[in-house]
Design a protein around this ligand. Structure first.
Ligand code: NAI
Length: 723
């Protein structure tokens, strides 16, 4: 079945794109071939004076290239060739005898935007799903069909760099201002306006779009001369290096390709674009990022239970216990989805503070003009506070986010359960306490589960749902569906101390504490792990999370999992000294009044006993590589244990959970992908070697030992990654 239908309407050829059987349009080699035939026909038929490219889907223009095809590239030359074929097709579109107008409704991304860029005129609809962008860097690639050349020329270098290097999407109004589109219209008149523009362009009453007419003279001046451009590109490179520490090759390659286009002309630019696209398509970084893309997509379709799958129940009204940091965060995302929320705390002042925090988050969207004033007011009108559980009689779901204290958690559960509808689900946002223990206080334990959000809730993409042996499938699918409605990537794990994310993160942080015990410098540890790819180092993270919180978690996990989780001496001392981290403005680092991080607070070395050890000459130099190996392998080994114990349902969940919940470097794919990359046998050898020096913390998980023995890998080594 063809993807494009060509109809003629008063001299205008309307190319309607609708890839059969697919939810969104994607570009493929087969589609390029179809276009070639259609272009031939347009060239032949002199009755055609203009053309309109429009989507046959209800709310999607072209979502990008068919990423599955990328996985079939065996060599850099294959990928380079595919890019070259795409470029040729779009050059032909650009030079067609008749002007082509892109009528954009819905996502216009990657190859989709590159196609639109080759058209003579671009019209976008004012519609929530209409976005334009070049997200290739997020897959470790660069735009491969002319985007690196056409975009800067159309909208100017600074805006183009912003879109290409960050993979950032642009909404229609902004696109119009930037010169990326030429008209923004109501969806109902998109086709008519597109037809009209095609005719005007054909008649010469309108000129081909020049895009960047609105850019100031200053910007133009800067870009027109070699020196000015060099300055812009240099600054962009510095900013990329600062953000990525040079660990992501794609944005750097994009900068090179753009420079070649400016310095040596478009043809050289296109050539370099295909060459670098081909090179990048073969990198491990790109493979891992593409895996994460597929894994996240497959989670979107995963109901969270095995079949038979019951239907999820709608969650229209939510009760939140605790208006603190997390309770307010959860409320702020819930009201944005139209959920009615009752927020319960112990006194009016705390509720007031919680509601103010909710408003801050929602208001930020208003300030960024993503919502109207009316929408802001409507969202805030959905929340109400109580000190007495009023309004809990008809909630569908309760999320508890009171202090991390089992007695308190039992008390609030006992208080609220009798007031709830019989079928209401009760979720705890605890980060460590096993849900089975919390459910001991319930008369309906089968309706109890964990919904572990991460802070800040409105920014962190992951939701870890924890089910006990007794949790019903209906409760699970309802919590999963609601989590997705809140925009989260949801993994479902089985119950256990620290579940998956807290447990693996603790193993890693604990090892950082051991490094402190041995005299390593705080900033050296942090730097080593940031260089590996974590967003912040483990000691900085501890300050962020709260040293008191970290201390409590450490004790619970040591109690449950044994000696390998025993908190470090350094950690015990800092907790005893009452340092809280950033929130108390006293941690491993210094913080100013506004909470901004400064240098290491050297007085902490006294507290952790390092000063005394240094004086006694007991300090050792630990190479950065060893620091990384110890912290990362502690995490990876614990992840393997979670898999072996059935806490995790799949390696996919473990990888996605670690990347989106606890900051495992995305370009390494997650702990299991990382093991596969290094090799299971090599990882086991490294663990064994570490264990001879630090027994028993590095005793390799049985699963890893067994896999090394039988030569197995976590993911299939051939073909498409199974997610
Ligand atoms: P918080 O201290 O900011 O808030 C706790 C709130 O619970 C306070 O407002 C307190 O007044 C309220 N509260 C105490 N007793 C109550 C009662 N009987 N009824 C209603 N409210 C009551 O604590 P935070 O950080 O929000 O943590 C809450 C839960 O979320 C804890 O279980 C924590 O482990 C978990 N969590 C925290 C994360 C974080 O980064 N802070 C991340 C993930 C989970």
């Amino acid at each position: 079945m063809p993807s494009i239908t060509l109809t003629r309407d008063a001299g205008v050829a309307v190319l309607s794109l609708d890839v059969p059987g697919a939810p969104v349009n994607t570009l493929s080699l087969a589609l390029a071939e179809e276009l070639r035939v259609i272009f031939d026909e347009i060239e032949r038929d002199s009755a055609i004076v203009g053309a309109v490219l429009i989507s046959g889907k209800s709310d999607n223009f072209i979502a990008g290239a068919d990423i599955e095809q990328f996985l079939e590239f065996k060599t850099a030359e294959d990928a380079e060739q595919a890019s070259y074929t795409g470029q040729k097709m779009l050059s032909r579109l650009e030079r067609l005898r008749v002007p082509v107008v892109a009528a954009i409704h819905g996502a216009c991304l990657g190859g989709g935007l590159e196609t639109a860029l080759a058209c003579a005129w671009r019209i976008a609809t004012e519609y929530p799903k209409t976005v334009l962008g070049l997200p290739e860097v997020q897959l470790g690639l660069i735009p491969g069909t002319g985007g690196t050349q056409r975009l800067p020329r159309l909208i100017g270098l600074p805006n183009a760099l912003d879109m290409i290097l960050r993979g950032r999407n642009v909404r229609p109004k902004k696109a119009l201002k930037m010169g990326l589109v030429d008209d923004v219209v109501h969806p109902a008149i998109l086709r008519d306006i597109a037809m009209q523009r095609a005719k005007e362009l054909a008649a010469g009453t309108r000129k081909r779009s020049q895009g960047r007419t609105e850019r100031g003279a200053e910007g133009l001046l800067l870009e027109r001369n070699r020196f000015g451009r060099g300055l812009v590109l240099k600054k962009a490179r510095q900013s990329v290096m600062q953000q990525t520490h040079g660990l992501y090759p794609a944005p750097l390659a994009a900068l090179d390709v753009i420079r070649v286009g400016y310095e040596q002309g478009e043809d050289a630019g296109y050539k370099e674009e295909s060459r670098r696209f081909g090179e990048l398509a073969m990198t491990e970084v790109s493979r891992q990022l593409i895996f994460l893309f597929f894994a996240t997509n497959s989670l979107k379709k995963d109901p969270g239970v095995s079949s038979p799958v019951p239907a999820p129940r709608p969650v229209e009204k939510l009760g939140v216990l605790g208006a603190g940091f997390m309770g307010a965060g959860i409320t702020s995302v819930a009201v944005q989805q139209g959920t009615l929320v009752r927020l319960k705390d112990t006194d009016a002042a705390r509720i007031g503070k919680g509601l103010a925090a909710v408003r801050d988050v929602v208001k930020e969207r208003y300030t960024k003009r993503q919502i109207t004033r009316q929408q802001l007011d409507d969202m805030m009108a959905l929340t109400g506070g109580t000190t007495e559980y009023t309004g809990f009689g008809n909630v569908d779901l309760v999320i508890e986010a009171v202090f991390e204290d089992i007695d308190l958690k039992h008390r609030v559960l006992r208080e609220v359960e009798p007031l709830l509808p019989e079928d209401a689900i009760y979720a705890s946002n605890t980060s460590t306490i096993p849900i089975t223990r919390i459910a001991e206080a319930a008369t309906r334990p089968e309706q109890v589960l964990g919904m572990h959000f991460f802070s800040p809730v409105h920014k962190m993409p992951l939701l870890e749902i924890i089910v006990t042996r007794r949790t019903t499938k209906e409760a699970t699918v309802t919590a999963v569906a609601y989590g997705k409605q809140l925009g989260k990537t949801v993994i479902v794990v089985n119950d256990g101390p620290g579940f998956y994310t807290t447990r693996t993160l603790s193993a890693y942080m604990n090892e950082a504490g051991r490094l402190l015990d041995e005299g390593a410098a705080i900033e050296t540890i942090d730097k080593a792990l940031v260089d590996f790819g974590f967003p912040v180092g483990p000691i900085t993270l501890l300050d962020e999370v709260g040293i008191d919180v970290g201390g409590k978690v450490g004790l619970v996990l040591a109690d449950a999992l044994g000696v390998r989780m025993t908190p470090s001496e350094a950690m015990r001392r800092v907790v005893t000294a009452g340092r809280l981290g950033r929130k108390g403005r006293s941690g491993f680092y210094r913080y100013d009044e506004s909470g901004k991080k400064g240098d290491v607070d050297n007085s902490i070395y006294q507290i952790i006993g390092a000063t005394a050890r240094a004086k006694a000459g007991q300090q050792v130099e630990i190479p950065a590589e060893e620091m990384v190996r110890r912290c990362v392998l502690a995490m990876v080994n614990e992840a393997a244990r979670c898999l072996q114990e059935g806490i995790l349902r799949s390696v996919r969940d473990g990888d996605v959970g670690a990347v989106f919940g606890i900051g495992f470097p995305p370009f390494r794919g997650g702990p299991f992908r990382y093991v596969d990359t290094i090799g299971v046998a090599a990882i086991v050898r490294q663990l064994q070697e570490l264990n001879t020096r630090h027994p028993p913390r590095f005793e390799a998980a049985e699963l890893l030992v067994e896999m090394a023995r039988s030569g197995k890998t976590f993911y299939p080594t051939e073909g498409r990654p199974v997610t």
